[in-house]
Design a binder for this molecule. Structure first.
Ligand code: PLP
Length: 404
């Protein structure tokens, strides 16, 4: 029986496929931006489940939506539609450029749908030669074979046999390389409007403008992967809304469900009609339970005061991190936008992001890394100023233990 089983970290090594290396402690409870482990130790959560727990843990709006819908209807399949999915789709299209929604269960699946739609549209309208996909080095788009191949890290896509073809990778923010490689054979450009996993790399204004112009010139679609940046993370509902350009297809997941698995691909009427009955699908995509939770999440996140609050919290993080840096001289730069922030380590600290993460854990603080040289912060969008102050105080103590 479940209650009798003594669950310890060692059990992970015994029964789990070893593609992760989780921390020793096992969290058992969360509330707001606090987590508690099996021993009752409390942690401040600046990681937010990797930009997912946008309302913190067990926010009443999510718990209510989950329990209410959980007593009504969980699943139907797409043989039938359902009220929460239609309400959520309506609200998402009202919040951005899109007219149409395809629901999936994760970011990778939302991107898979985006890429398949782009390829299908180009094949239908321009013919089969128009299949080239341009993506960017250090980009991350998920772990299905198509999305990991479009992602810009060969280490994640090598070793699985023949890859989906006609995909090239350029340097992010390199306008000249883009001009040199794009052509009428280009089907789509896929990019993050701020690279997350790749090290919190913001795009230059020139780069985003040029990407849009060149896509228009060559009839290529612009796919924005907003899986990490979306749903209020940067202080806009979607990050593109702060960049002055509009994509043709947008993928969203992570914060969309606030911790309940859901993803979505958003697009225009013109493109959507190329997904006919049977062209694409998902058993769970758009199931009532996930959509009810996501609806509750976006109702809170899309409020102007929530989005304004993200910018206020960004300022608190930046001030606190600058103060830590004045004391220990560890960061070369604080970058990112809203509550998708990266503290890049300076020369003397190269390769030590993981050491900071481990030291923070010992002081009761969860942070993330983005590569070996960037400490990443993706907390709840409604984290309280007190929780921010306490977390930063713990980060200060953690860094002190690393400085001799
Ligand atoms: C996390 C992430 C994904 C993958 O999402 P999953 O839900 O893990 O499949 C895709 N793109 C970006 C930008 C991400 O940050």
């Amino acid at each position: 029986m479940a209650m009798e089983m003594n669950v310890q970290r060692e059990l992970f090594d015994e029964v789990m496929v070893p593609c992760y290396s989780p921390m020793e402690m096992i969290p058992v409870k969360g509330e707001g931006s606090s987590l508690w482990d099996q021993e009752g130790n409390q942690y401040i959560d600046f990681a937010g489940g990797i930009a997912v727990s946008c309302l913190g843990h067990c926010h009443p709006a999510m718990v209510n939506a989950l329990t209410e819908q959980g007593q009504k209807l969980w699943h139907l399949s797409n043989v039938m539609t359902n009220e929460p999915a239609l309400r959520l789709a309506k609200k998402l299209t009202d919040l951005c450029f899109a007219d149409k929604v395809f629901f999936a269960n994760s970011g990778a699946e939302a991107n898979e749908a985006a890429l398949k739609l782009a390829r299908r549209y180009a094949a239908d309208v321009f013919g089969p030669e128009k299949s080239q996909i341009i993506a960017f080095k250090q980009g991350f788009h998920g772990r299905t074979f198509f999305t990991v191949t479009v992602g810009g890290q060969a280490a994640y896509s090598d070793g699985f046999g023949p890859k989906p073809g006609d995909i090239i990778h350029l340097d992010y923010n390199d306008v000249d390389a883009l001009r040199a490689h794009i052509s009428d054979r280009t089907c789509a450009i896929m990019m993050e409007p701020l690279q997350g996993e790749g090290g919190i790399i913001p795009p230059t204004a020139e780069f985003v403008q040029t990407v849009r112009e060149l896509c228009d010139k060559h009839n290529a679609l612009l796919i924005f992967d907003e899986v990490q940046t979306g749903n209020g993370r940067t202080g806009e509902f979607y990050a593109y809304q702060g960049l002055g350009i509009t994509p043709d297809i947008l993928s969203t997941a992570k914060s969309l469900g606030g911790g309940f698995p859901i993803g979505a691909m958003l697009t225009t009427n013109k493109l959507a009609e190329h997904f006919k009955v049977g062209t694409h699908g998902s058993t769970y995509g758009g199931n009532p339970l996930a959509c009810a939770v996501a609806e509750a999440v976006i109702d809170v996140v899309s409020q102007p005061q929530t989005l304004a609050g993200v910018k206020e919290r960004e300022a608190l993080f930046r001030q606190g991190l600058e103060a830590i840096n004045n004391k220990y001289h560890i960061f070369s730069e604080i970058r990112g936008k809203g509550l998708l922030l990266g503290a890049a380590l300076n020369e003397q600290w190269q390769g030590k992001a993981r050491d900071v993460l481990v030291a923070a854990g010992k002081q009761g603080l969860m942070v993330l890394v983005a590569g070996a040289n960037v400490v990443r912060f993706t907390p709840s969008l409604v984290i309280t100023p007190q929780e921010i102050a306490e977390g930063l105080a713990r980060l200060d103590k953690a860094i002190a233990t690393l400085v001799e």
